[in-house]
Design a protein around this ligand. Structure first.
Ligand SMILES: Nc1ncnc2c1ncn2[C@@H]1O[C@H](COP(=O)(O)OP(=O)(O)OP(=O)(O)O)[C@@H](O)[C@H]1O
Ligand SMILES: [Mg+2]
Length: 230
C-alpha cells in the first residue's frame, strides 16, 4: 500500500485539488483508496459527505501526530493507495506524514511563493536523506496550469526546478472548472454533467494522464490478485 502525501507549506498551492483528482482517478481504475484529510479546512471530508458512497474511496477526517501511524497500519490490508492531504503549513504533522510516505507530491503553481513553499518540503526531504539516510521519492506536480499559454512565472519556476534537478511530473494539472466544481457537486468527474461544466472531457483526460503517470511512478507492490494467489 503506497502512501502518497501532498505537501507544500504555501497555502493554496493546489494540494487538496490534486489529491482528490488522484484519489478519484485511482478509484475509477479499480484501486481501493483511503484519503487521510489532514487539511484543517476539510474540503475532502466535505466532498465525501455530500457525495454519498463513492466506490473504492474511504476518507479519514481526523488525524493527529499520534494517530497517523495507526491509520496507515490499520489500512494496509484493505487499501491499495493511501493518500494524505496536508495543511499548507510547516508543522510536525507534515514532517511525520512525509517520514511515513512512499512518495511525496509537491504541487506548485507557476509562481515564486508556491515554489518557496515547495522548496521547504524539498529541504526537509534533503535533511531526512542527509541526516537519517532516509530517501523518500518525490515529484513536483505543476498545478493550475493555463491550457493555452505558458506564463513567464511558470517558465521561471520550471527553469529553477530543472537547475536543481528536481523531478517534475510530465503531466501538469490544468486550470479547469471541473476541478473546482467537484468540491461543490460531490461525486466524481464521471458523474458531473458535461452540459453544465465546461471542458469536462478535457478535465477527465487530464485526470487520467495524471493517474497513469502516478501509477507508473508509484506502483502497487503487491496487487490484489497476486496477494490472493500467494
Ligand atoms: N487545477 C485547478 N483548476 C481550477 N481551480 C483549481 C485548480 N487547483 C486548485 N484550484 C483552486 O485553487 C484554490 C486552492 O486550491 P487547493 O485548495 O487545492 O490548494 P491547497 O494547497 O490545498 O490549499 P491549502 O494550503 O489552503 O490547503 C481553490 O479555490 C481551488 O478550487
Ligand atoms: Mg488544502
Amino acid at each position: 500500500m503506497p502512501v502518497i502525501t501532498f505537501a507544500n507549506t504555501k497555502g493554496g498551492a493546489g494540494k487538496t485539488t490534486a489529491a482528490l483528482i488522484l484519489a478519484t482517478e485511482l478509484a475509477r481504475s479499480g484501486a481501493r483508496v483511503t484519503i487521510l484529510d489532514a487539511d484543517p479546512q476539510h474540503w475532502i471530508s466535505h466532498w465525501h459527505d455530500i457525495s454519498g458512497k463513492v466506490p473504492n474511496i474511504e476518507v479519514i477526517s481526523y488525524v493527529t501526530m499520534a494517530s497517523i501511524q495507526t491509520h496507515i497500519n490499520d489500512n494496509r490490508a484493505k487499501t491499495d493507495y493511501f493518500i494524505i492531504d496536508l495543511a499548507g503549513a510547516r508543522n510536525t504533522l507534515m514532517a511525520t506524514a512525509i517520514g511515513l510516505s512512499d512518495h511525496v507530491m509537491i504541487p506548485i503553481q507557476g509562481c515564486a511563493m508556491d515554489a518557496k513553499g515547495g522548496a521547504q518540503v524539498l529541504e526537509l526531504l534533503g535533511y531526512l536523506e542527509e541526516k537519517a539516510g532516509i530517501r523518500i521519492n518525490h515529484s513536483v506536480v505543476l498545478t493550475r496550469v493555463n491550457s493555452l499559454v505558458t506564463t513567464r512565472a511558470l517558465q521561471v519556476v520550471k527553469q529553477l526546478l530543472s537547475e536543481r534537478a528536481v523531478p517534475v511530473l510530465d503531466t501538469p494539472i490544468i486550470e479547469r472548472a471541473a476541478f473546482r466544481d467537484i468540491f461543490d457537486c460531490g461525486g466524481t468527474l464521471q458523474t458531473m454533467d458535461p452540459a453544465r461544466v465546461s471542458n469536462l472531457d478535457k478535465a477527465c483526460q487530464n485526470a487520467r494522464a495524471f493517474g497513469d503517470e502516478v501509477r507508473q511512478l508509484v506502483p502497487l507492490r503487491l496487487t490484489r490478485s497476486m496477494r490472493r494467489a500467494a
